[in-house]
Design a protein around this ligand. Structure first.
Ligand SMILES: [Zn+2]
Length: 251
């Protein structure tokens, strides 16, 4: 198991490094593979030996080697977070291949969704659509029995958020509606606690903002909902199914 967890960590660092490229370039409509990584300030290409996840940023002390412009600590943090979440998925889903594959795909979707939504208040279809399709393909290939449950959960979560979006158009983006549907595909029945957690977290943060800036300004503050859905989706994946089973058993 130690070998598998180490492999998950290294794989997570490498994918996290690529997700940094996705987070920066996808909203800007830039190509993901060309040109190679370069300093956003002086455009000097980043040397392969400086492009090592987390470590590169550490030994450059967060500055470009050529122009000394600061490099955001977000880059190593995204890499470290992706690696940590991959390790968590493998540890929690241990001995269940289908669950590991779904968890890794889910983390790979939710990390860029969270940061892109924070940056530009948008959740790109270029992420939700292929990862939604990947969930269906992975379940069909690895755990066909649960496919109906996951399809129903996806449709139900989409319908629930579509209702919320329809009732109050400017309240939530349609990207959130599509992301909720995709979460259902990944989580099956665990999407119920995931949505519950997302809504509670959203209300708490909303109340916190209103407490800080007042009701009038707080109402005008745009808070992207994607990060809350991502949080709910992660917790839902890790413990959601056991929460649902405990709840149903209590009747
Ligand atoms: Zn530079």
């Amino acid at each position: 198991m130690a070998v598998a967890l180490s492999f998950a960590a290294l794989f997570g660092l490498a994918i996290g490094s690529f997700l940094n490229v996705v987070i920066w370039r996808l909203p800007r409509g830039e190509s993901l593979n060309h040109p190679g990584s370069h300093c956003p300030k002086c455009e000097t290409p980043i040397k392969p030996y400086d492009n090592v996840p987390v470590l590169g940023w550490l030994w450059l002390r967060g500055r470009c080697r050529a122009c000394r412009a600061p490099i955001s600590p977000r880059y190593p943090l995204v890499e470290a977070a992706t690696a940590a979440l991959y390790v968590l998925v493998v540890a929690v889903a241990w001995d269940d291949t289908a669950r590991i594959v779904l968890g890794i795909l889910l983390v790979t979707l939710l990390v860029p969704v969270t940061l892109i939504d924070l940056d530009v208040q948008r959740i790109p279809d270029a992420l939700t659509f292929p990862f939604g399709a990947a969930a269906v393909v992975a379940i069909a290939a690895l755990d066909l029995d649960v496919l109906p449950e996951h399809l129903i959960a996806g449709a139900a979560a989409f319908a629930f958020f579509y209702g919320a979006w329809f009732a109050k158009p400017g309240g939530m983006g349609f990207g959130d509606v599509k992301l909720a549907g995709v979460l259902g595909l990944y989580l099956g029945r665990a999407v119920a606690p995931a949505i519950f957690i997302a809504l509670i977290a959203g209300v708490l943060i909303g109340a916190g903002i209103i407490a800080r800036v007042g009701v009038a300004a707080g109402r005008k503050t745009k808070v992207p909902f994607g990060p809350f859905l991502a949080l709910g989706g992660l917790v839902g994946f890790l413990v959601g199914a056991s929460l649902v089973d405990t709840y149903l058993d209590s009747f």
